[in-house]
Design a protein around this ligand. Sequence first.
Ligand code: SF4
Length: 322
Amino acid sequence: MTKRVLLAAPRGYCAGVDRAVRIVERALEACGPPVYVRKEIVHNRHVVAELGGRGAVFVDSVDDIPEGSVCVFSAHGVSPEVRRRAARRRLRVIDATCPLVTKVHNEAKRFARAGRALVLVGHRGHEEIEGTSGEAPEVTHVISTVDEVERLPLRRDEPVAYLTQTTLSVDDTLEVVEALRARFRDIVGPRKDDICYATQNRQVAVKAIARECDVVLVVGALNSSNSNRMVEVARRQGVPAYLVPEPAALCPEWLEGAETVGVSSGASAPEVLVAGLLARLAELGYEDVHTRTVTTEDVSFSLPPRLREDRPAELTGVRPAG
Ligand code: SF4
């Protein structure tokens, strides 16, 4: 049996995660520790531990942050209520919300102002959904499945708008959106959905390698939405697939009889974890690694102006929120 690894590309860090991590690093340089971060800056414990070692302090609520401190909002975004609470505590806020999440917030505000009920397709309890629904909580309904469409407490002729979480399964979301369009006469939404380029590309890439693999491993945190969706995409191709939060979590039994192992990683998983997993696979005889590239990405997001390295004079100007 010839053992080999198929490595999917693109994989790993997206532009929003890369920006969020750089923001915390730059805030630590510019303002000095401690820099408080509301929630995990991105859903990856390795990243959180690494930044924690450099002086970032992760908290669940802005209420846990001493008044006047530097506070970074995570890549998943926050509701207006969180911003108000940060302002009341005079926190010096640096916003690491991914610009593609901010775009969905802006759509929510625009549709709500136009008098439409909002149907937000996503996972209840996920930070991104909490933040987006906070833009217009009184008119927002969160659903995640086709079955929930019929149960929405809205009239068929009511003006409705739909939005989607950025990290959903492309195929599942299409079904939910079709069901919404079938139920409501006056419904508008983004051109297709709000699923971001990185989520889509990682799902396409994992689907492509899964067809040639006996098992697929996705490096990603248990609470990472996009990583979980990648596992589901691979399983839908009829291939056993597992989420691997760190290299040590790999179970050799998963590989029993497997000739070709597929490897990819979610948008919040650093490449060092992929390298660690490949090293473990090599120990188990999977040394032959081939990369399958389905597309290339050249997206990058700039840092907030006050943190840009070309503007050192403004580094200390992180002002109280509000
Ligand atoms: S997964 Fe998409 S929306 Fe989320 S941080 Fe990355 S680029 Fe932004």
